[in-house]
Design a protein. Structure first.
Length: 241
């Protein structure tokens, strides 16, 4: 921890990559492994364009259920610590694989959402995005205002879809210029997000992993801080006044 604090204090550009473990501490299921079952369906079966095309009502119901869970969740001390880091570091970028919006609720501004935003809807025809925090939304997928024949879908990246190019480009640029890459609560197996870690290593950033369990990239990191983000991150951020 002493070394990690020194690197954080001295870094000109801090980049943080968060995964599902960060949100799990706020009570949001990870949707991988045992938490991925809903009404006998796995997340991988529902979060696809094919599933929405064939059973839009079922997929919409699942996302409404997820929104209800997220609406009840609160950011934890780890989220607050990241907001404090952003306020104190010369340059700070948070790259997240999560879609729940907990980072924005603590005031984090320089945020890259790799996998989209569950609080947005997207027209399946024109691509128009709109934010809506109503819980629940309609019981069935609504239609676009501009194209009444087109359904609105959740504004998230589904299995088999490419990441938004603008978000990916921002993430790559941030990692390439990072002095410190902090990897929090991610399994390091979801591609292409996991490649950002190897990119940071290749560009010479100090790398720190915060996770209760080891991951496939743990041995490649400079430091590993084993534990919950809600306890590790506040201790790390205490280097700043």
């Amino acid at each position: 921890m002493i070394q990690a604090r020194k690197w954080l204090r001295d870094a000109e550009h801090v980049v943080v990559l968060t995964g599902a473990g960060m949100s799990a501490e706020s009570g949001i299921p990870t949707f991988r492994g045992p938490d991925g079952i809903w009404k006998q369906f796995r997340a991988e079966e529902l979060a696809t364009p094919q599933a929405f095309a064939s059973r839009p009502n079922l997929v919409w119901e699942w996302y409404n259920w997820r929104r209800e869970l997220i609406a009840k969740a609160e950011p934890h001390a780890g989220h607050q610590a990241l907001a404090h880091m952003e306020a104190c570091a010369p340059n700070f970028t948070l790259i997240t694989q999560n879609v729940d919006g907990l980072e924005e609720r603590v005031g984090i501004r320089n945020l890259v959402r790799l996998h989209g935003d569950i609080w947005e809807t997207v027209c399946t025809r024109c691509g128009e995005r709109r934010r809506n925090h109503d819980v629940p939304l309609s019981s069935m997928p609504p239609h676009c205002f501009c194209h009444p024949e087109a359904l609105l879908r959740p504004g998230v990246v589904w299995y088999g879809e490419a990441l938004p190019s603008s978000a990916w480009d921002r993430a790559v640029h941030a990692v390439e210029h990072a002095d410190l890459l902090l990897v929090v609560g991610t399994s390091a197996v979801v591609y292409p997000a996991s490649s950002l870690i190897t990119l940071g290593i290749r560009h010479g950033a100090h790398t720190i992993e915060v996770n209760p369990q080891s991951t496939p990239l743990s041995n490649d990191m400079d430091l590993r801080l084993a534990g919950a983000a809600s306890s590790i991150l506040p201790s790390l951020a205490s280097v700043f006044p």
